[in-house]
Design a protein around this ligand. Structure first.
Ligand code: FES
Length: 156
């Protein structure tokens, strides 16, 4: 392994990601990441290429806080007593680009503004743990509808 590959592997390990060598080992990734047990998925704009909704530092501070708290509360992975988990993803930009950091919780479809560490703590305690939307910071609630088939006959 080259020095560059070793550094990259260490980075991936720190990110708690999964890398499958072949398609068959993707099953192991599914299990190790708890993908089948995801209850909610959080996306947050942090460290975008063109920071517009908040400073890069503020976005990354929120992202680090979210990761740290989900881990501390053992919400990031399924456990024997709670067979579900909350996934989190750092998005480059959620296209709202104002009043950031912008954070969205799926499948609830709740969009939050100004998701600073203090607000994230409230989202965790109130929304994620007690199913109460933090209305003070939610600017849209739009749960995703059931998938439908699109009529593609007019699409060229
Ligand atoms: S830069 Fe944060 S949503 Fe676009």
């Amino acid at each position: 392994m080259t020095q560059e590959n070793a550094a990259s592997a260490e980075l991936v390990q720190n990110m708690e990601t999964c890398q499958a060598e072949d398609l068959a080992s993707l099953t192991n990734c599914v299990k190790s990441l708890g993908l089948e047990q995801i209850q909610r998925h959080i996306f947050i704009c942090a460290g975008p290429t063109f920071p517009q909704c908040c400073s890069t530092e503020a976005g990354l501070a929120s992202w680090e806080y979210l990761k740290k708290r989900l881990k501390q509360l053992k919400l990031d992975k399924p456990t024997d007593t709670r067979p579900s988990c909350i996934f989190r993803t750092k998005a480059n930009c959620l296209r709202v680009c104002s009043f950031g950091p912008i954070l969205v919780v799926y499948p609830d479809g709740v969009w939050y503004r100004q998701a600073t560490p203090d607000v994230i703590e409230r989202i965790i305690q109130e929304h994620l743990l007690n199913n109460r939307i933090v209305t003070e910071y939610a600017f849209l609630t739009h749960p995703l509808p059931s998938p439908v088939s699109f009529d593609t006959s007019n699409i060229k």
